[in-house]
Design a protein around this ligand. Structure first.
Ligand code: F3S
Length: 295
């Protein structure tokens, strides 16, 4: 049996960086560690961190915390929350992804210069809520080209993107604003990690007989990978952990592909590989694991 792992799969740079900061904080012996929202959207990883003492809190619970440290996850938070934490004298572990921080800085600078900020993204996404918090929550949050009613009343607009938004939607909204507003500055702040993971999953799914997508059942980026893989490999399955994998079914195929959602930790992927190796030992077959070559 040959297993091919998509070359870009699992944690993106931002989540990996945040996880490292979390592990370092735990290892430092720090007592009372809080996280503003879950650091990873993976149920198993959230449970593992809870076992290590990480307590998840909401933004409005910050006021109640008296001692310890607060981790800002990769999505980032608004300026006021950071000010509140500082005022309380709590330690901040700022694990905001540098790409998200770049969006916040653009929002803050251009807002100060008098631009109306437009964030192309989902108003409920924590990254967008956080970015809006760098312009006093005054941004227009646009997720659809039909939400541009009366946009011409603004003279100067600065547009940024939620890092995970689809590029053609961003471009279409930017063009529509540009044609109706006097002065428009545009920053395409879309992060390439999502598109790269999707392209790598498609590349692997095209050349295997059976494709395994590992990630949370409620993770939208994992679901997108499932849809992409299914369009190239009819035998695609979506699992959260090794316990969900039908090993007897997998063993019918010789060439298996694996990819994982952006919030799936390596240890879950490793468990799946070990489970498959174990199954093949029983079947007395060799397992060759390869990471697909980057283009
Ligand atoms: Fe950062 Fe891009 Fe991941 S913005 S959190 S590296 S998807």
């Amino acid at each position: 049996m040959k297993i091919e792992i998509a070359d870009k799969s699992g944690y993106c740079f931002g989540i990996e960086n945040a996880m490292k900061m979390v592990q370092d904080t735990i290892a430092s012996g720090q007592k009372k560690i809080y996280s503003l929202g879950p650091i990873s959207h993976n149920t198993q990883e959230t449970c593992r961190l809870a076992d290590q003492g990480i307590v998840i809190i909401d933004d409005d619970e910050v006021e109640k915390i008296e001692t310890g440290c607060i981790i800002l996850r990769s999505h980032g938070v608004g300026k006021k929350i950071i000010e509140t934490i500082n005022k309380k004298g709590l330690l901040i572990i700022n694990a905001t992804c540098p790409f998200v921080r770049a969006v916040q800085k653009k929002v803050e600078t251009h807002y100060r210069e008098g631009f109306q900020i437009v964030i192309v993204g989902n108003k409920e996404h924590p990254e967008v809520i956080g970015a809006n918090g760098w312009c006093d929550d005054k941004a227009l949050i646009i997720n659809d080209i039909n939400q541009l009613e009366n946009i011409e009343r603004y003279d100067r607009i600065c547009i940024v993107a939620q890092t995970t938004i689809i590029e053609f939607k961003f471009n279409a909204i930017c063009e529509a604003i540009r044609s109706r507003v006097n002065e428009v500055v545009i920053f395409n702040t879309i992060c390439s990690a999502t598109a790269e993971r999707q392209a790598a999953a498609a590349k692997t799914a095209k050349v295997v007989e059976y494709m395994i997508v590992i990630g949370g059942y409620h993770s939208s980026n994992t679901q997108k990978l499932v849809d992409i893989c299914k369009s190239h490999c009819e035998k695609t399955c979506h699992i959260e952990t090794i316990r969900d994998l039908d090993l007897a079914e997998v063993s019918k195929y010789q060439k298996i592909g694996i990819t994982a959602g952006a919030s799936t930790p390596d240890w879950i992927v490793k468990e799946v590989l070990e489970g498959m190796e174990e199954q093949n030992k029983i079947a007395e077959e060799n397992v060759v694991v390869e990471v697909a070559a980057e283009e």
